[in-house]
Design a protein around this ligand. Structure first.
Ligand SMILES: *[C@@H]1O[C@H](CO)[C@@H](O)[C@H](O)[C@H]1NC(C)=O
Ligand SMILES: *[C@@H]1O[C@H](CO)[C@@H](O)[C@H](O)[C@H]1NC(C)=O
Ligand SMILES: *[C@@H]1O[C@H](CO)[C@@H](O)[C@H](O)[C@H]1NC(C)=O
Ligand SMILES: *[C@@H]1O[C@H](CO)[C@@H](O)[C@H](O)[C@H]1NC(C)=O
Length: 540
């Protein structure tokens, strides 16, 4: 494994270089760390790990003990990943005499209570010392221990005799960005619970820490509200295509056990056709030649009832989802329907908005932001809210801007500075790669220079990015292979230091990492011609 990656060449060169690599034999027997840690020192000294002699235990000085269910569960999970219990038909690992690794001791130094939810300032740092006969994993918080367990499991590999082996090593690691997200869209197609939980598994294997759940949209409203059950009764594809309160709890808990935050997105005032089916009068009636039509447009921002409904609705959302942020959407508002409606025209006149519908949009967004602020939550909005100059000066809780267009390929997310329109707080990106299914090679070779652009002050505002898998052409049949290992490339850009740009090394590591994901039940699609080496010869 290379210790000192050099800078990536340009995109074209990279593609040529990777084309040459594609024909190579994959998946040599060696550890492959993904995403690559901050600092890795490996020695040539090998230790054997035998199923019957190896334990993952709490360190003697750890502030977390057996009552820490997040850790207990993680110990069990990673023990199973390491010894391949996931698929019992693996041939048993051979045992070598010689130096042995007998224990991994996990010590948490600063966890007052183990039973919390991760948040944006969660400490995910850890250090790992692997030596004979005991390895030490140290972290301030349980979240760092989870990341360290993943890394430890990636260090273990089968040697050419089939025995499990690990190099003595020292690793110090922490993420480059605090927000490393995957967006799933459960409106365009309903995603079964199993698919969502698998996605969370794969996210943990790639050190992602935010599930951005674009849960409802024009096409369907699968979120089953406790206060307004008619929203999903009428707005879902069918009564089977809903997420009940218990489903949502399952997702939240499964994610928490993997150190993953869940940020729900309830996109308004556009993208809301499905809301209108269960909540009469919420959407704007569109007019044609002065006559009301059957068509409805975005949420009607002129009615007091709209804000009464949304206050109650978001009150529920803010208590169901524990994260400190709610994503409010705010993208692609269609002004045409608003403009056709005489009541809206009157309202515009009364407010002195002239013909500028961005001012009506601002009026609406500001009210929603104030509702979220009153619930003591932070908000995230798509870039249009800033493009259209919504005045955010009164927003007293954190506000994030997420960019999706005209920036090169990867949506980034930035916390705006209150009161200055988030100037330069975001950069732009498109999501087409994911939707169109661009090859892994392209994404993997992408230098992601846009994370490095901008002034120092601007760069400090960028809190991370997301791989957005929109659902128009994605359901349970193809979500996992379309997302993985593509999103792994995004995961590494968001976790690893900026200097990790050696494409050849990344390709070799990713090829093994993909096989490892397959061995753990993730149907990640191949990125090479060939086969996974013996130890990974399992089906998803
Ligand atoms: C791990 O140990 C083996 C055997 O000594 C050695 O060949 C290899 O280079 C080591 N790996 C690294 C990354 O140092
Ligand atoms: C535990 O703490 C004691 C006292 O602070 C220290 O001497 C010892 O080295 C620690 N043990 C480990 C495994 O960190
Ligand atoms: C994040 O969680 C930690 C630990 O639970 C807590 O101390 C901290 O205040 C939280 N931060 C925010 C911004 O909520
Ligand atoms: C809506 O609420 C505002 C502010 O409370 C009030 O001034 C206005 O009269 C209300 N409009 C209607 C139609 O009730």
């Amino acid at each position: 494994m290379r210790q000192s990656p050099h800078r990536a060449p340009g995109l074209l060169l990279a593609l040529v270089a990777l084309a040459a690599l594609v024909a190579q034999a994959p998946a040599q027997q060696r550890p492959a760390l993904w995403p690559f840690p901050r600092s890795v020192n490996m020695s040539p000294q090998l230790l054997n790990i035998a199923e019957d002699y190896f334990l993952i235990v709490h360190g003697r000085n750890s502030t977390a003990g057996p009552s820490c269910s997040i850790l207990q569960e993680a110990f069990r999970r990673y023990y199973n990943y390491i010894f391949g219990f996931y698929k019992r038909h693996l041939r048993p690992a051979r045992f070598h005499p010689g130096p042995q690794l007998e224990q991994l001791q996990v010590t948490i130094t600063l966890e007052p209570q183990c039973d919390s939810f991760p948040n944006m300032s969660s400490d995910e740092s850890y250090s790992l010392l692997v030596q004979e006969p005991v390895a030490y994993l140290k972290a301030n918080r349980v979240w760092g221990a989870l990341r360290g367990l993943e890394t430890f499991s990636q260090l273990v590999y089968q040697d050419c005799y089939g025995a499990l082996t690990i190099n003595e090593s020292t690793i110090i690691d922490f993420p480059r960005f605090a927000h490393r997200g995957i967006l799933i869209d459960t409106s365009r197609h309903y995603l079964p619970m199993k698919t969502i939980l698998k996605t969370l598994d794969a996210m943990a294997f790639n050190k992602f820490n935010v599930l951005h759940w674009h849960i409802v949209d024009d096409q369907s409203f699968p979120y089953q509200s406790i206060t307004f059950p008619q929203l999903s009764d009428k707005g879902s594809y069918s009564l089977r295509h809903v997420y009940t309160p218990s489903d949502v709890d399952t997702v939240l808990e499964y994610a928490r056990f993997r150190g993953i935050r869940v940020i729900p997105e309830f996109d308004t005032p556009g993208h809301t056709q499905s809301w209108g089916k269960g909540q009469k009068g919420l959407l704007t009636p569109c007019y044609s030649q002065r006559k009301q039509t059957q068509r409805v447009g975005p949420i009607n921002p002129t009615l007091n009832e709209t804000y009464r409904f949304l206050t109650t609705f978001f009150k529920e959302i803010s208590s169901v989802f524990p994260d400190q942020f709610i994503h409010l959407g705010g993208d692609e508002v269609d002004f045409e329907c608003w403009a056709s409606n005489p009541n809206i025209q009157n309202f515009m006149k009364k407010k002195g908005f002239g013909k500028d519908f961005t001012r009506l949009e601002s009026f609406y967004i500001k009210k929603i932001l104030d509702i979220i602020t009153s619930l003591k939550k932070g908000s995230i909005v798509w870039q249009e809210v800033f493009d259209d100059n919504v005045q955010v000066r009164t927003v007293k809780t954190p506000l994030g801007a997420e960019c999706w267009s005209q920036w090169e390929r990867l949506p980034a997310i930035a916390l705006s500075q209150r009161g200055n329109k988030g100037s330069g707080a975001y950069r732009k990106g498109t999501w087409d790669d994911y939707r169109e299914g661009a090859s892994v090679v392209q994404l993997n070779s992408f230098p992601f220079n846009h994370f490095n652009a901008g002034s120092e002050k601007e760069k400090q505002l960028v809190i991370g990015g997301e791989a957005c898998l929109w659902g128009e052409f994605v359901d349970a049949t193809n979500l996992i292979p379309r997302l993985w290992p593509r999103a792994s490339a995004v995961g590494e850009r968001l976790w690893s230091p900026q200097a990790v740009t050696d494409l050849e090394d990344a390709y070799n590591r990713l090829a093994i990492h993909r096989c490892r994901m397959v061995s753990r039940g993730i149907a990640a699609q191949p990125l090479f011609t060939g086969h996974c080496s013996l130890e990974y010869r399992v089906e998803a």
